[in-house]
Design a protein around this ligand. Structure first.
Ligand SMILES: Cc1cc2nc3c(=O)[nH]c(=O)nc-3n(C[C@H](O)[C@H](O)[C@H](O)COP(=O)(O)OP(=O)(O)OC[C@H]3O[C@@H](n4cnc5c(N)ncnc54)[C@H](O)[C@@H]3O)c2cc1C
Length: 413
């Protein structure tokens, strides 16, 4: 018989322990929220595989990626973040109680932050696994170009990323040899990049080829290409190889619930909100322009902050705005709109008239739209009458003190 899963409750569960997830967890735990971070491989994520990070502000001595992420982890532990080293198998994100399941546990959270990053697509050629990351096969020119100054490098791929990153590499490398699987002159990138690349004296192209194997003692020194038409093997001596044949976001377990791009990246707005209330996404897993540690950290800060705001607003909404004790008037106005601000005097009179028999809440949408969004009110001012914790009547824009008094009398009877 399958074992019952152990159930644990948290305010926030973060899926993924890279730079984005760690930062989100730091922000969430610092806001005194009970925060769990789940990581299936290495806390620190992709950055831990990087030998030198030269472009993360505040670290001028180009430390290893793991030196930076270990500090992030230390800070998260200090803030009280709890860690589980296991794989998230499934999620149920709709509704108030969000469920995150691992092999042994079922975690229930008020808010979930998706920070599961992605992985570079690899060629699957022979011996590739022996040279990944710091042993000669790289996936990031922005990160590793400077380390290849004066060297010969091979680029695999001919899409926009491959050709634009290849061009960037020519500023540092001695020679950039590009393996393209198509016939001479055919590339997958845009025409402007193609023309510029074909004219670049530091770039050479080997047409109709894919990688057959990677070779070298300890560190890569030869990429063996194979001509797709003649099957000829072409060994290319090099110091490093850059693979730009795509990136796969880790979103398989979210795909039926969260809105994704065609390539599988999570769509968010600038508050890192996804299509599901209380679910946020940050870092490389979301659709964005620049995927780096600095941007992952920025996203994570926003997601952690947004989760805290979401939970606070949710609690205020349930216990104060939609209180069940008495009939209520929720007056939603915009402080910079004169008529809706002037009606506040009438709200005052209504409150006095009912002498404590009703609860009045004033909500200024100029400060925050969270509550009006929850009530799905798009036009202001609005007067919402509640009874037993539910909406009883709603009056949008066109109402008077008398109509509201009448509606509240109805709710009281
Ligand atoms: C070779 C290389 C070199 C790079 N060099 C630099 C550099 O010099 N400077 C720079 O700024 N950026 C660099 N980058 C980019 C940088 O590493 C990423 O932008 C950054 O790591 C993104 O952080 P993240 O937290 O969004 O995702 P990740 O670091 O990918 O972390 C996501 C984490 O989620 C975990 N996860 C995924 N699915 C699950 C699941 N189901 N359950 C539990 N955990 C899960 C993964 O194991 C992973 O640890 C480099 C990238 C590569 C590949």
């Amino acid at each position: 018989m399958p074992r019952e899963k152990r159930v644990e409750n948290y305010d926030v569960v973060v899926i993924g322990g890279g730079a984005a997830g760690l930062t989100a967890a730091i922000y969430s735990a610092r806001a005194r929220l009970d925060t769990l971070l789940i990581e299936k491989a290495l806390v620190g994520g992709l950055a831990t595989y990087t030998n030198e990070i030269e472009n993360y502000p505040g670290f001028p001595d180009s430390p290893k990626g793991e030196d930076i992420t270990n500090l992030m982890k230390k800070q998260a532990v200090k803030m009280g973040v709890k860690f589980k080293l296991t794989d998230v198998k499934s999620v149920e994100l709709e509704g108030e109680d969000k469920i995150v399941e691992t092999f042994r546990n079922k975690f229930i959270a008020k808010s979930v932050i998706l920070a599961s990053g992605g992985r570079p697509r690899v060629t699957k050629a022979k011996n590739e696994e022996n040279y990944l990351f710091d042993k000669g096969i790289s996936f990031c020119a922005t990160c590793d170009a400077a380390a290849n100054t004066g060297k010969d490098v091979v680029v695999i791929g001919s899409g926009d990323a491959a050709i634009e990153e290849g061009m960037f590499l020519t500023k540092f490398a001695n020679k950039v040899i590009v393996s393209v699987m198509h016939d001479e002159g055919i590339m997958d990138c845009n025409e402007i990049a193609k023309e510029a690349a074909l004219q670049n004296p530091k770039m050479e192209f080997v047409w109709n080829t894919v990688v057959d194997s990677f070779e070298g003692e300890g560190h890569l020194d030869t990429v063996v290409l194979k001509n797709l038409k003649t099957e000829e093997l072409i060994p290319i001596k090099c110091d490093n190889c850059f693979e730009f044949i795509g990136y796969i976001p880790n979103t398989e377990i979210f795909k039926d619930q969260i809105n994704l791009t065609k390539q599988g990246y999570i769509l968010t707005n600038e508050k890192m909100e996804t299509n599901i209330e209380g679910v946020f996404a940050c870092g490389d897993v979301r659709e964005k322009w620049l995927k780096q540690v600095a941007t992952a950290v920025g996203d994570g800060a926003i997601a952690g902050f947004a989760a805290e705001k979401f939970i606070a607003e949710h609690e205020t909404f349930n216990t104060v705005i939609m209180q069940k004790e008495k009939p209520g008037l929720i007056y939603i106005y915009n402080a910079i709109d004169t008529p809706s601000r002037e009606f506040l005097a009438h709200v005052e009179k209504i409150e006095q008239f009912f002498e404590g028999k009703i609860v009045v809440n004033r909500v200024d949408v100029y400060k925050s739209k969270g509550i009006s969004d929850r009530l799905n009110i798009k036009k202001f001012p609005a007067a919402i009458i509640t009874k037993d914790g539910s909406i009883y009547e709603q009056h949008i824009q066109d109402f008077t003190e008398e109509t509201i008094v009448q509606a509240l009398n109805n709710a009281l009877n």
